[in-house]
Design a protein around this ligand. Structure first.
Ligand SMILES: Cc1ncc(COP(=O)(O)O)c(C=O)c1O
Length: 480
């Protein structure tokens, strides 16, 4: 049983030694491509297997280490070389070390007083990323994810249009915002939280490459204004979730300037393209944005969660979060300009900047450049292999490193192709060999492999495609 009286009891010491040994072992086995990525059991079956209840008396060290072993064994190996499912993967060790130190020092980002070096580190990272997007006098804050960065960006937009909203609310004003039809669902959540409502979030159609069509945006703004609505914000996406499309930021920025609309760019996924001169042109025009969300926990591979909201004009966040000023029990005037809690929607907030800073110090700008270029190069190889294979079809030319494709087989109808692709993913998952995702494009099932994991290689891509074709052929009972 744990003993609270001593700083490091026998229980604590053995627990930490046990955990350190397991970290070593776990990291050592993570990249074994012959191991399973996941265990596919139903929630009911897993519940039956586990004893999760906390008890009246504490457990002993053996049982605790056994709990940890079970947890590790049941976890999905997100650093497995065949893990290509979401927009992130792998373990950046410097970032992982940062997580450990964050937990070890257990503080909160609200005041300089309680998080001195962490505050300066967070400011340094915001300034570094701000420079990369082209902000000269910007500011920013680490958020709990790209979703919340979108929320705060849209909140800044609302408050510029209705400066009294922080005190008086929106008073029945019919605000409307515009998003790409392929925008992340967090923008809808944000519209809900901000009191705007989903129906006042106008989706703008995209072209064949998944990019918002600027002419349609312009038309839609005029239509809404004629209908007596108050446009206040456009959310463009730099790297959509499924296909990685990058909206035409230059053109959209120009429309926003003319119409005096706040432009928020959701670069949760695409922001990392700024790290290489070869890819940064993809985000041409991003400096026109009033605010930008960027998730270092995606392509940069920083441990979850690590997300940043950047804002072009400093002073904006203090105003939007000015309710914090009522917290006399927390903030004093002494460190007013350094207390990051005055720029955040959160009170208690984790130190997420440390892991990014350590990873950046370890890699340098050059290390990021190489990582991003490697991912784009593997994604290009991936797309080329799909194109060359007569049994596969590339659904959309990748802009980022998401590769969307499908197994077509030789004589399958579209309906049968959709079923086959669903089944292929199910089969990949249940075999534990590969993890990729499925999604819908124009109502049809596609497979999506993402290159955002340092262990993914061209060899892995070859293996994945060979496996998919083999499963597809078996499912459609075709002998080639
Ligand atoms: C384009 C885009 N924006 C925002 C998000 C949300 O990011 P988070 O999961 O960090 O909240 C995602 C997640 O995948 C995304 O793809």
């Amino acid at each position: 049983m744990a003993d609270d009286k001593e700083a490091l009891s026998d229980f604590d010491e053995r627990l930490l030694q046990g955990v350190l040994a397991r970290i070593w072992r776990h990291l050592g086995g993570q990249r074994d491509s012959t191991s399973r990525i996941n265990k596919t059991v139903s929630p009911e079956e897993l519940k039956r297997r586990l004893d999760l209840a906390v008890r009246r008396e504490g457990i002993d060290i053996e049982e605790m280490l056994s709990d940890i072993d079970t947890y590790l064994a049941e976890s999905v190996n997100t650093s497995h070389p065949h893990f290509m499912n979401p927009l992130w993967g792998g373990t950046n060790i410097a970032s992982f070390a940062g997580e450990i130190i964050t937990a070890l020092t257990n503080t909160s980002m609200y005041t300089y007083e309680i998080a001195p070096m962490a505050t300066l580190i967070e400011n340094e990272m915001i300034a570094t990323m701000g420079k990369l997007v082209g902000y000269e006098a910007g500011e920013g804050i680490f958020t709990t994810g790209g979703s919340n960065a979108n929320l705060i960006g849209m909140l800044c937009a609302r408050d510029r249009k209705l400066p009294d909203a922080p005190t008086d609310g929106i008073q029945g004003k019919e605000l409307v915002a515009f998003i790409s039809e392929d925008a992340h669902y967090s923008t809808i959540v944000a519209a809900n939280i901000l009191g705007i409502g989903k129906n006042n979030l106008i989706p703008i159609s995209c072209d064949d490459e998944g990019k918002m069509i600027p002419e349609l945006l312009e038309e839609s703004i005029i239509t809404e204004k004629r209908a007596g609505k108050i446009p206040f914000c456009v959310v463009a996406t730099a790297g959509t979730t499924v296909v990685g499309a990058i909206d035409p930021l230059e053109e959209i920025g120009e429309i926003c300037r003319r119409e005096y609309l706040w432009l928020h760019v959701d670069a949760a996924w695409g922001g990392a393209a700024l790290l290489s001169p070869k890819t940064r042109g993809l985000l041409r025009g991003i400096e026109k944005a009033d605010s930008i969300g960027w998730d270092p926990h995606k392509m940069m591979g920083i441990q979850l969660v690590c997300s940043v909201l950047l804002v072009r004009n400093s002073g904006t966040l203090n105003k939007v979060c000015s309710h914090a000023d009522t917290a006399h029990y927390l903030f004093s005037n002494k460190s007013k300009n350094y207390d990051l809690g005055r720029k955040s929607l959160q009170c208690g907030r984790r130190v997420d900047a440390l892991k990014l800073w350590l990873a950046w110090r370890a890699k340098g700008d050059e290390g990021w450049r190489l990582q991003i270029e490697k991912y784009f190069s593997i994604a290009k190889y991936f797309a080329d292999q799909v194109i060359e294979n007569p049994l596969l079809e590339l659904v959309i030319e990748p802009s980022m490193t998401n590769v969307c494709f499908r197994y077509t087989g030789a004589r399958l109808t579209q309906e049968k192709q959709d079923i086959a692709n669903e089944q292929i993913r199910t089969e990949l998952l249940s075999s534990g060999r590969f993890m990729i995702s499925t999604s819908l494009i124009n109502g049809r099932t596609i497979l999506r492999g993402v290159v955002a994991n340092p262990s993914v290689s061209e060899l892995v891509v070859d293996e994945l495609l060979t496996t998919i074709v083999k499963i597809g052929n078996e499912l459609s009972q075709i002998k080639y």
